[in-house]
Design a protein around this ligand. Structure first.
Ligand SMILES: [Zn+2]
Length: 259
């Protein structure tokens, strides 16, 4: 049986950074489209690691680098990631252990306000009035996040913090057991024969899971390119370079050095 991963994610055509109430947010501007991040999950994961590396080592150009990533893949989906997909079904929401805010129980709209700073969003109402808002078979919160009428935003500092957090585990392997795992749910689906569907509620969960799979792989596929030092995913166990270009350049320099 082929195991199926449900992984559609939404990205807007354009995002920008706006200061709202003294806090900087990444705000969606033009409506976008849905795509499948799992197809290239290892590229996405190493892009996330390289961004974390950049943010850790450089002060200049940070916002542009973050926006580049967001334009490529969309926002992280921190809201469902830390509160779970059933957010909005109750007046209170359980915030799980995470690197952004304190965990515990909070009022659901109070919690949601952190992600919809530009709209007067009522998560509870939206779910309860059965507006048939479900996108495909996704959780209601997934649909609420990507409704055209609301602008789902993420605090810029939180997004930066996540990439640096992820990257920090590549520097210190002994820290890996402390890695906070994403919450993954699955179900048995019968639309096309019986399939196991693994449902991701956030882009962050997809990156986290790709990372967890890679760091527990004996072949140690996350490597640093011998030429440019970018992190890459080695599909071949012998790979030492992120690209053919880097391999060629390295060899050119090496042979020049010999003469
Ligand atoms: Zn390279």
């Amino acid at each position: 049986m082929e195991q199926l991963l449900v992984s559609h994610w939404h990205k807007n055509t354009r995002y920008e950074i706006q200061s709202i109430g003294g806090m900087e947010y990444i705000v969606p501007c033009e409506y976008g489209s849905v795509y499948d991040p799992i197809k290239n999950e290892n590229n996405m994961m190493t892009d996330a690691l390289n961004l974390g590396k950049y943010l850790t080592e450089n002060n200049l150009g940070q916002n542009e680098m973050v926006l580049d990533f967001v334009h490529e893949y969309g926002l992280l989906g921190i809201m469902p990631d830390i509160a779970g997909s059933d957010i909005g079904r109750n007046e209170r929401v359980i915030v799980r252990d995470n690197i952004f805010v304190e965990s515990g129980t909070v009022e659901v709209n109070e919690f949601a306000k952190q992600f919809f700073p530009l709209d007067n969003v009522d998560i509870l109402d939206k779910i309860n009035n059965k507006g048939k808002l479900r996108l495909n078979y996704r959780s209601p919160i997934y649909s609420t996040m990507f409704l055209r009428k609301y602008r789902y935003c993420e605090p810029l500092d939180w997004v930066k913090k996540y990439f640096k957090y992820l990257y920090s585990f590549t520097i210190k392997e002994s820290k890996l057991p402390e890695f906070l795992p994403p919450r993954l749910t699955y179900k048995i689906d019968d639309r096309n024969g019986l399939n196991l569907l693994c449902e991701y509620d956030s882009l962050k969960a997809m990156i986290d899971f790709a990372f967890a799979k890679a760091v527990t792989n004996d072949k140690k596929p996350i490597r640093s390119c011998k030429h440019c030092e970018k992190l890459f995913y080695a599909t071949d166990i012998r790979s030492e370079f992120c690209s053919a270009r880097c391999r060629n350049q390295y060899n050119v320099y090496k042979s020049r050095a010999k003469h």
